[in-house]
Write a protein that binds this ligand. Structure first.
Ligand code: KG4
Ligand code: ZN
Length: 342
């Protein structure tokens, strides 16, 4: 079964074709990073307009790269939740129209769950029970899957998502958007022990919290430049030395990643899953990959970076497993749900 996946929930417009959930035939991604860079974050209206302009060319590219015509496609899958409402609407309207026009079954897919499915595109797909650490711009959660349909959220963030924390701290330090890759790069030249930062203590054993860590970086940075807590955050970066900037990046990254690894290791010991995967944009972080591999006695395989950040291959993969137990939806009735947890 060949599924064409469509993704437009945030700042990537993507289309991909996947066969039987595991075999990637093509994956086209058009990022809006260069548009949002100048604002230091995503502007929802700008994002939606950009999706409109590129979505059909991106779908055409996915078909061409796989050397396929519409008759080779068995179904269409699309992200319907969660995400920016305007951006989700462009992807779902396109998918609904194509499903009706080309007479294909339509499967709505949850974006956060789909991130886990980037791992099913690896040469050796993961096995159940499967522990997943989902870490993206909007989500940080530990989820235990017994099978494709049966999963339990062990813990989630109580405030900011980990990717959001990377993005906000990067802004304070004057590093470019998106913050994840630029903090990781800056951290390579910094001392991770230069600034001692706190780890959040929470009631839920597997819950996360990153907002306190972001504030701790803000306070320490104000102090480092000789200012008090009333000094505006957007003026800090111009007063930081290059060494201070990279030291803050390294110190923040160390605590943020250690927090993820501590909780994942704890869940791993408690539930003894057969496989462990990390998913979402922050899974691209090299330091996270290395630290996790040190602590977990399993051979952890990682999807390529292009499948960690937003893409449509993961959407098409999850839709295949959904299609085995669930009927397609009526394209006329599909609605988007901007905030829907897994
Ligand atoms: O999954 P994703 O592409 O979009 C969402 O669904 O949110 O994740 C984007 C997030 C951003 O916050 C970005 O800063 C972060 O992933 N990210 C990273 C790295 N690459 C991307 N965070 C840490 N280290 C990286 N190398
Ligand atoms: Zn995502």
């Amino acid at each position: 079964m060949r599924i064409l996946g469509i993704e437009s929930s945030a700042d990537e417009t993507a289309a991909a074709i996947v066969e039987n959930g595991t075999h990637l035939l093509s994956s086209a991604v058009q990022s809006q990073i260069n548009i949002h860079k100048q604002y230091g974050g995503i502007i929802p209206e700008v994002s939606a307009r950009s999706h409109i302009e590129v979505i059909l060319p991106v779908i055409t590219t996915a078909l061409q790269d796989a050397r396929m015509e519409w008759e080779d496609i068995d179904a269409i899958a699309v992200t319907y939740a969660p995400g920016l409402v305007g951006s989700l609407l462009i992807g779902t309207l396109t998918a609904k129209t194509l499903a009706l026009l080309k007479n294909k079954p339509l499967y709505p897919v949850h974006h956060v769950k789909a991130h886990v499915y980037a791992n099913f595109l690896l040469p050796q797909p993961p096995e159940f029970p499967l522990l997943s650490l989902i870490v993206s711009g909007g989500h940080s959660q530990l989820v235990l899957f017994q099978n494709h349909d049966d999963y339990k959220i062990l813990g989630r963030t109580q405030d900011d998502a980990i990717g959001e924390a990377f993005d906000k701290v990067a802004k304070i330090l004057g590093l470019p958007y998106p913050g994840g890759p630029s903090i990781a790069k800056a951290a390579l030249g910094g001392n991770p022990n230069a600034y001692p930062l706190p780890k959040a203590k929470l009631q839920g054993e597997y819950d996360f919290s990153f907002s306190g860590l972001k504030t701790a970086v803000l306070r320490a940075a104000q102090k480092a430049i000789g200012k008090d807590h009333t000094f505006p955050s957007y003026q800090i970066s111009s007063l930081l030395s290059e060494q201070q900037r990279v030291d803050f990046a390294a110190s923040f990254q160390k605590i943020a990643i250690e927090t993820l690894v501590d909780k994942t290791e704890k869940a791993f010991r408690a539930y003894s899953p057969t496989s462990l995967v990390i998913a979402g944009g922050v899974a691209a972080n090299q330091s996270l990959r290395e630290m996790l591999q040190e602590k977990i006695p399993l051979n952890i395989a990682y999807p390529p970076l292009s499948l960690c950040t937003d893409n449509a291959a993961m959407i098409a993969s999850l839709a295949y497993y959904q299609s085995r137990n669930h009927s397609p939806v009526d394209p006329r009735k599909l609605e988007v749900i901007p905030s829907l947890s897994m």
